[in-house]
Design a protein around this ligand. Structure first.
Ligand code: ATP
Length: 325
């Protein structure tokens, strides 16, 4: 394999808090190993449009605490075509790029794998997505911040819940996976947590809520993942309105606010570890792998497993939620 002298770093797909910390760590690990670094703005689309910038140690000063990504992120339809990728590779060659650090989700890694398979450019991935739905790492960058943001929002919603007979339905992000809903539900003491991985019939939902209102209480909280089979909080409210008409029903869809904000210390540390591990992996001759942390240890997982294998939620937590509600 050609000796790596110059790498490109970019962020792609949905942005996630902590991506900046990952960029900073990749850039600084690269420069301290004598490599030069180019940042690509707007992900694969920027690669196609030749939107490259030189990056040095100081280019990443004062970004560790900032949400979003200084390199911007994008979804690129053009890159999905062989022609689009050809244009991207022409630009990579023009800038003498020997290898790539790709920060994003499984779509980003699919694209990166193709760059290696079609053009032999070594690629290593860094998991940056709030949903936590990537196999090969216990947690993804941005997940912990999203959890805390959702938890704080729900705490505030519940603060106003002193009145009797209220039913709060709160929808959190997670189209394919219920990681955010599960942990946010536990952290906010939800009476019911609804996830795509543990489908509940409408009768079960109704009976549980009736039971909960019987034995208690002023208000009840249901946390729903956006990808849950009920169709999310708004649909669920519609389905429950006949049975729970006497309760005041409040529906909140937290939406994009969960992507924002300054990353938690946990996400900053994780991103710092993984951004650096990705560069080290390239220097050690690896390609088409994703850097992750599993049981507190740094790991490398073949990229294809990040989309072919499914990471499971912790079903014990779901059981726990029932016991302590
Ligand atoms: P998130 O999970 O946060 O949405 P992601 O990386 O999965 O992040 P996607 O939009 O799925 O987000 O992928 C990012 C970009 O990667 C796409 O816009 C596209 O340019 C590229 N990409 C995705 N899948 C492929 C593929 N099969 N082949 C080539 N490129 C792809």
């Amino acid at each position: 394999m050609k000796k790596i002298k110059r790498i490109a770093v970019f962020t792609s797909g949905g942005d996630a808090p902590g991506m900046n910390a990952a960029i900073r760590s990749s850039v600084r690990t690269a420069t301290s190993n004598g490599l030069s670094v180019m940042g690509v703005r707007f992900g694969y689309q920027g690669m196609i449009d030749d939107d490259f910038i030189e990056m040095h140690h100081h280019s990443v000063s004062n970004i560790l605490q900032r949400g979003g990504t200084i390199l911007k992120s994008a979804r690129s339809k053009e890159f999905r075509s062989a022609e689009g990728r050809k244009k991207a590779v022409e630009n990579l060659k023009k800038h003498d790029i020997d290898a790539i650090v790709a920060i994003g989700g499984d779509g980003t890694f699919r694209g990166a794998s193709e760059l290696y398979e079609e053009y032999g450019i070594p690629v290593v991935g860094v998991p940056g997505t709030i949903d936590n739905d990537l196999y090969g790492t216990d947690e993804t960058i941005g997940y912990d911040t999203a959890l805390n943001t959702a938890m704080e929002a729900i705490d505030k919603i519940r603060d106003t819940a002193d009145a009797h007979d209220r039913l709060f339905l709160v929808e959190v992000m997670g189209r394919e996976a219920g990681f955010i809903a599960l942990e946010t539900g536990i952290a906010t003491g939800a009476e019911l947590i609804l996830l795509p991985e543990a489908v509940k019939k409408l009768d079960y939902i109704r009976d549980t809520l009736k039971e909960v209102f019987k034995v208690q209480r002023r208000s009840s909280l249901v946390v729903v993942a956006e990808g849950d089979q009920t169709g999310g909080a708004l649909n669920l409210a519609e389905k429950l309105k006949d049975d729970f008409g006497k309760y005041e029903m409040r529906v909140s869809v937290l939406g994009h606010l969960q992507r924002g904000g300054s990353p938690t210390s946990h996400d900053r540390v994780l991103a710092s570890r993984l951004g650096s591990a990705a560069v080290e992996a390239l220097l050690n001759g690896h390609t088409s792998v994703m850097a992750g942390v599993v049981s507190h240890k740094n790991t490398l997982t073949p990229m294809h497993k990040t989309w072919s294998e499914k990471k499971s939620i912790n079903f014990e937590l779901l059981e726990l939620a029932k016991v302590i509600r």
